[in-house]
Write a protein that binds this ligand. Structure first.
Ligand code: 3BY
Ligand code: FES
Ligand code: FE
Length: 412
């Protein structure tokens, strides 16, 4: 299936439905690559943690007593019990509920009752996985040897993210949306705006639906919107120059193991944020941002995330597979640490457009899942404006190809 995949066409059905491909995805993609899982703002204090489920693997992302972010396996080293069940919380130490083995937040074992005198606690710390933070975003990699290009990617992205000071931000809201669709359909849907005009009435009052469009792709109906887009682009150029922030598009979605794209987009209407007609949704601007008209810094990362950085808030999205036909989209809204709910923002005002957008996307993904599992489905051709979908699939197919080639050594 990997070898016969036709460039420019959607994948054949089994990629979206079979347990075998899902299991392979969990190994070759989710087991090998850097995954976006959380933000530093979710665990501001020592002992704060969130749990993340990646297929059957559970991690505790915790800030240890030295304020370092750790990613610990949520598996007791005594007889394997899950340590922590809650989605988030705060602990002094991690105490196993089964026989009370006790670990520090750095994973080291400090208490185990009734072991033989020769028992060496140092040999039984919690297993750790690779973890990296970039501008307040937390990434983990389950592989023994993570892709080596992450540092390079981080150094490109970091200057774009600096203004937002996400590390100090406040989490205003988070939603977990379960979608009845394969994780790749969720990602494919995110990688194009071909569906935006017809499906996202609230979003397109601020978001120009021209992702990967060139002039020829603009329909007569969209011409006036395109004119506004061109004017807004020029304004944003000036704002970026004045504020000395990076403006260039970096498009490396399928040219490296840690594929990504970062770009700054102008917004329609007021040009400030994702409120209706581009209006601000939080009175207090985030980080060091000096003007509401700061555009939308948009970051797409393979395999499982996308991000929008606005002048007044940041929204981050991570996709975690649950089953071949089921995925979770976790969305987190962040604001300035001093922004006060009820005064500077309301949850409804901050989140309503993207809650609607996520739900519209969920419905599209679920329709696609039902269609691609119909026996009559055959792969169809991507539109020109869907070339980031092609990039995602191209990246995915190459990863599977590399993983499956005989000389590739990997742990079972
Ligand atoms: O969130 C995004 O970045 C994608 C891209 C365009 C449509 N969708 C909203
Ligand atoms: Fe954790 Fe026994 S399984 S203490
Ligand atoms: Fe969408």
């Amino acid at each position: 299936m990997v070898e016969r995949r036709e460039v420019g066409y959607s994948l054949e059905s089994a990629f979206y439905a079979s347990q075998e491909v899902y299991d392979l995805d969990m190994k070759a993609i989710f087991g090998e690559h850097w995954l976006f899982v959380s933000t530093e703002a979710e665990i501001p204090e020592p002992g704060d943690y969130v749990t993340v489920e990646i297929g059957t693997q559970s991690l505790i992302i915790v800030r240890d007593d030295d304020e370092e972010v750790r990613a610990l396996r949520n598996v007791c080293r005594h007889r394997g019990s899950r340590l922590v069940e809650d989605a988030c919380g705060s602990v002094g130490n991690l105490v196993c509920p089964y026989h009370q083995w006790t670990y520090r937040t750095d994973g080291s074992l400090i208490f185990a009752e009734s072991q033989s005198p020769s028992f060496d606690k140092n040999q039984f710390g919690l297993k750790q996985v690779h973890v990296r933070t970039v501008g307040g975003l937390i990434f983990v990699c389950l592989a023994d040897e993570p892709p080596a290009d992450f540092d390079e990617v981080a150094s490109v992205i970091e200057p774009y993210l600096a203004s937002y000071r996400l590390k100090e931000a406040k989490v205003a809201h988070q939603t977990d949306l379960v979608e009845e669709g394969n994780w790749k359909l969720v990602m494919e849907n995110n990688r194009e705006c071909h569906h935006c005009d017809a499906s996202h009435p609230e979003l397109i009052t601020s978001y120009f639906p021209f992702l990967r469009y060139s002039e020829e792709d603009v329909t007569p109906r969209m011409q006036p919107i395109y004119e506004r887009y061109l004017a807004a682009t020029e304004n944003l150029d000036n704002v970026c120059k004045l504020n000395g922030v990076p403006r260039e598009l970096v498009h490396e979605l399928d040219t490296r193991p840690t594929g990504f794209m970062i770009m700054r987009l102008p917004l329609d209407g007021d040009g400030a944020s994702f409120g209706i007609d581009g209006s601000q949704v939080c009175k207090k601007l985030i980080g060091d941002v000096t003007t509401p008209q700061f555009g939308d810094l948009s970051l797409h990362m393979q395999p499982n995330s996308w991000f929008h950085f606005l002048s007044d808030h940041v929204i981050v999205f991570s996709v975690l597979p649950i089953a071949p036909d089921k995925s979770m989209v976790r969305t987190t809204w962040l604001v300035h640490p001093d922004a006060v709910e009820g005064e500077d923002y309301t949850i409804e005002g901050l989140t309503s457009v993207w809650k609607a957008t996520n739900d519209q996307d969920r419905a599209l993904v679920e329709k696609a899942q039902r269609g691609v599992t119909d026996p009559s489905y055959v792969p169809g051709p991507y539109a020109l404006v869907e070339d980031d979908v092609e990039s995602f699939i191209n990246w995915y197919i190459r990863r599977l190809h590399d993983y499956l080639t005989p000389h590739h050594e990997h742990a079972e």
